[in-house]
Design a protein around this ligand. Structure first.
Ligand code: AMP
Ligand code: GLY
Length: 427
């Protein structure tokens, strides 16, 4: 089978690495990829939002399976684009249709969907420019902290949590009338604050049946002790120690089953990953958000724990035959530490030489995942805020973290930074 993965981060490198091990994999491509994906696949330089370019690459390389990594092409309708064309009728795609992707593309849509199918989530109301005054009133009737969410995609930055009422009212106005997040904040969802601990649950579905993949916890803030600005993710562990069997049963019954049934009922073509951000409040799960793709850096700890042939799992899912798959999960714990460029998530420099990658032992329980790198004249250079994720395995998450940190020490680049406190909140 010939496979094309779209994206250029740690998620895509991890997927490519796992798929390259499959005996069913003939040719593997990543577009645009990074210096890591070059080690296990062929990179294709293209703009993944330009579907015509993607289609050319699919045709030229006789691709059988297309895996869409990030949300933007999904929200723009890449699945529908290929489905509408006769010449691609045999192309299998991992990634939902545009209607499915709206669960991530619009917070208002996601909340309405949850309400319809009685999926537990924070109480909410949504507002637009025309209802700004009603929104301010609504805020004054709520208890702090106040949660404001831009409706559309805002690169993970569209959520504000504010302690003070007048500040919340001011920010609501900023979002609705001053385009604080551009078009994404033409509508704003105001919701009740959920006081609990977060985790992520990953579901692979063919739109009817589903598999619950290993769960994970990521570390979002840049600073130790979970302080400072939000990032794409500074590290992750899997499994989540506080998500025991009884809790996961509730997640399945109260959240996953009704969500998939809702998609099915609305005849939404949803083949791919549903990533559910949850808050555990007491012993109860509540949905914070849906994403229609895998998480990054969660992929780096979730996917390597799956023992099945990943390509076989994904191609059967794309054929609508997920019910035949018996998922086998490694009991080992996985941890990943994200090494970032100094300054990230604000301005940072690129093109720094990365050294020491060869000092990391080649072994089955450590994996160097490239997140933002590029290859130039036989050197590996930094090419993003998040640069390298070091994943390791162990009998406990603490042991996995020790091993990931030991290996991260070997890797050098100017102004490198990583959080050294991962997992400390869990003991
Ligand atoms: P989202 O983009 O919806 O995942 O929100 C980003 C982050 O804001 C989440 O990961 C949570 O840490 C936080 N958050 C979002 N909604 C709530 C809520 N209702 N209560 C508490 N924290 C929230
Ligand atoms: N790590 C969070 C995300 O991928 O959205």
């Amino acid at each position: 089978m010939n496979v094309l993965i779209l994206g250029s981060g740690g998620r895509e490198h991890t997927l490519a690495h796992q798929i390259s091990k499959s005996p069913k994999c003939e040719k593997l491509f990543v577009a645009p990829g990074n210096a890591g994906t070059l080690l296990c696949a062929t990179n294709i330089e293209l703009d993944i939002i330009d579907f015509k370019e993607v289609a050319k690459a699919v045709q030229a390389n006789e691709i059988n399976l297309l895996i869409v990594g990030p949300e933007a092409p999904l929200v723009e309708g890449i699945k529908d684009y290929f489905d509408e064309k006769e010449e691609f009728k045999n192309l299998k795609i991992i990634g939902p249709s545009k209607r499915g992707a709206l669960l991530e593309g619009s917070k208002e849509r996601a909340k309405e969907f949850m309400k319809t199918y009685q999926v537990p989530t924070a109480a909410y109301q949504s507002f637009s420019k025309d209802t700004l005054e009603a929104g301010k009133q609504f805020l004054s009737g709520m208890k702090p902290p106040y949660v404001l969410k831009a409706d559309g995609l805002a690169g993970g930055k569209g959520v504000l949590i504010l302690k003070n009422l007048s500040e919340a009212q001011h920010e609501l106005e900023n979002m609705l009338t001053n385009n604080k997040f551009g078009k994404a904040s033409e509508k704003v969802v105001i919701e009740e604050f959920l006081d609990g601990i977060e985790l992520s649950v990953f579901v692979l579905t063919d739109g009817k049946n589903y598999l619950i993949l290993p769960n994970a916890k990521d570390y979002k803030r840049i600073g130790e002790g979970d302080t400072g600005l939000n990032t794409g993710g500074m590290g992750a562990i899997s499994p989540v120690p506080f998500a025991d069997e009884a809790f996961m049963k509730k997640v399945d019954e109260k959240i996953v089953r009704p969500s998939i049934d809702g998609l099915h009922k609305e005849a939404i073509d949803f083949t791919g990953f549903l990533f559910i951000g949850l808050m555990k409040v007491g012993d109860e799960p509540f949905v914070v958000e849906y994403n229609v793709r895998m998480g990054d850096p969660e992929t780096e700890v979730v996917i390597p724990r799956i023992k099945n042939d990943l390509l076989d799992v994904l191609s059967r899912t794309a054929e609508g035959k997920i019910q035949d798959i018996q998922l086998e999960v490694d009991s080992k714990h996985a941890a990943t530490v994200m090494m970032v460029s100094g300054g990230y998530p604000e301005a940072y420099e690129k093109d720094k030489i990365i050294s020491g990658l060869d000092k990391v032992e080649e072994r089955s329980d450590v994996f160097i995942c490239h997140a933002g790198t590029k290859s130039k004249n036989d050197q590996v250079l930094t090419n993003g805020g998040r640069v390298i994720a070091v994943t390791a395995f162990g009998d406990t998450f603490q042991k996995a973290l020790v091993k990931a940190y030991q290996n991260a020490e070997h890797i050098e680049f100017d102004k490198k930074f990583y959080r050294k406190d991962l997992g400390k909140d869990l003991v």
